[in-house]
Ligand binder design. Sequence first.
Ligand code: G
Ligand code: G
Ligand code: NA
Ligand code: MN
Length: 254
Amino acid sequence: LALESELRRALERNEFIVYYQPQLDVHSGEITGMEALLRWNHPEHGLVPPDRFIPIAEDSGLILPIGAWVLRAACAQARTWRDSGLLDVQMAVNLSARQFDQQDLPELVASVIDGTGLPPDRLELELTESLVMRDPERSSETLSRCKALGLKIAVDDFGTGYSSLAYLRRFPIDRLKIDRSFIKDVVDEPDDAAIAQTIIAMAHSLRLTVVAEGVEDEAQLRLLQRWDCDIYQGFLSSRPQPADAITSLLLGMK
Ligand code: G
Ligand code: G
Ligand code: NA
Ligand code: MN
């Protein structure tokens, strides 16, 4: 309960901050997107990672105002980068279960898109595989209503939820993110390599793009190139960083 009231205060006091992690084309190395990742800049404890407070925010319902804040902040930042001519790519924002269950989610997203002036196709919503599969009928309907706004849908942590790709394809999704647990040992574990390679091939045959998460070294990247994965994300390229640091990075690339 203490943490819950602290979270409520954190929102009022503007203690949340969005970090951004670039997503890159596996072959060209070009930045093709950014993932928005929430942090809490606690006045005493410093930077608090999301696993430490999102579950409490989720249980208390505070994830709704917090999530709306993240969505607005990330879209506004994407618009700023776009207007400055520094970067015009997709901004990926994570949604939790409570947000996905929100009846008026499409209206909220529409109001953020309108309010920030970000072109709708520059926004991507990330939902975990297990969340999408929890209530397939309902998910399908919610996803369709969101897609009608013109945005993109990515299925996060793919491979951990035991759903078949063929089944998942019935949903209006654009992209799969291979969970980083498969990428971690992809060089040394033949089973993980087989899984990753199979996900990539099957996703492509279903016209989905594939993002590999948690890429930390060159050997992993070389395999992803060989298997023709589309996009990667991970410490090899960049850790999640505040907007200012990303802006410097982009300026340095000009
Ligand atoms: O940034 P980090 O790797 O520590 O993120 C840990 C977990 O928190 C990931 O599962 C990520 O999807 C989740 N997460 C990060 N930012 C957000 C957010 O804004 N909303 C939600 N619902 N989850 C987030
Ligand atoms: O569940 P989700 O995919 O949203 O989680 C993203 C999380 O993965 C973030 O907390 C981010 O900090 C973390 N992350 C991003 N790149 C890497 C990486 O290369 N290695 C590891 N171990 N974690 C990463
Ligand atoms: Na994610
Ligand atoms: Mn993930």
